[in-house]
Design a protein around this ligand. Sequence first.
Ligand code: PEP
Length: 247
Amino acid sequence: MTAPTPLIAGNWKMNGLTASLAEARAISEGVSGAKARVAICPPAVLIHQMSQALAGGPVLIGGQDAHTDESGAFTGDVSAEMLADAGASMVILGHSERRDGYRETDELVARKSLAALRAGLEPIVCVGETLEQRKAGQALEVVTGQVRASLPPELLGKAFAIAYEPVWAIGTGLTPSIDEIEEVHLAIRATLIEMFGDAADKAPILYGGSVKPANAAEILHAAEVGGALVGGASLKAADFLGIVRAL
Ligand code: PEP
């Protein structure tokens, strides 16, 4: 199997104003020689300015969500086409904050993945178990079930990534053990191969949940970890670059 090119993506969530473009510039200037593709996913309103500020540089830009439809009467929503038009090349879909806070289901995430493909965006599809599910021994079943139901068959042969983000590890400072991370990542890879055959080798499986410069090397070198989705630590260039350089 060919190891996929790792991807390290920063999820800025609802953080960042125009002044934060300076942080994005510092990230762009600091990533030369990185062993991973590096992306920043800022709030949608910053994508256009950020893509102009970082034009010609190594950092990719992504959205944090996209509507299923191309356009229409959906007040407050942003389509995948709009993200691409603003300068994004990828989009995070099915983040647990959306699955939980906005009741997004696997079926909806699958439809959003199709919308991303339609717009030429690489979807980063998030999956992950809650603490209750992990304690009940259901982590593998939950996560592989989410993978099966959130990825449409049309992704075959297309660029996409999975982000394994245990819900209880996001923004908490808690992380699973390396053995636990590897167990889930291996199960995700096996599921992808069942679904897409050998083509599934190319999809990186990112780990997300309290990744910091101090724990990045160990996590990024674990079996089947193909990069990271980073929340809090992506807001400061020094921290994010510390993670990128840990690979
Ligand atoms: C995230 O929200 O995708 C995330 C991984 O957050 P944090 O790194 O802050 O845990």
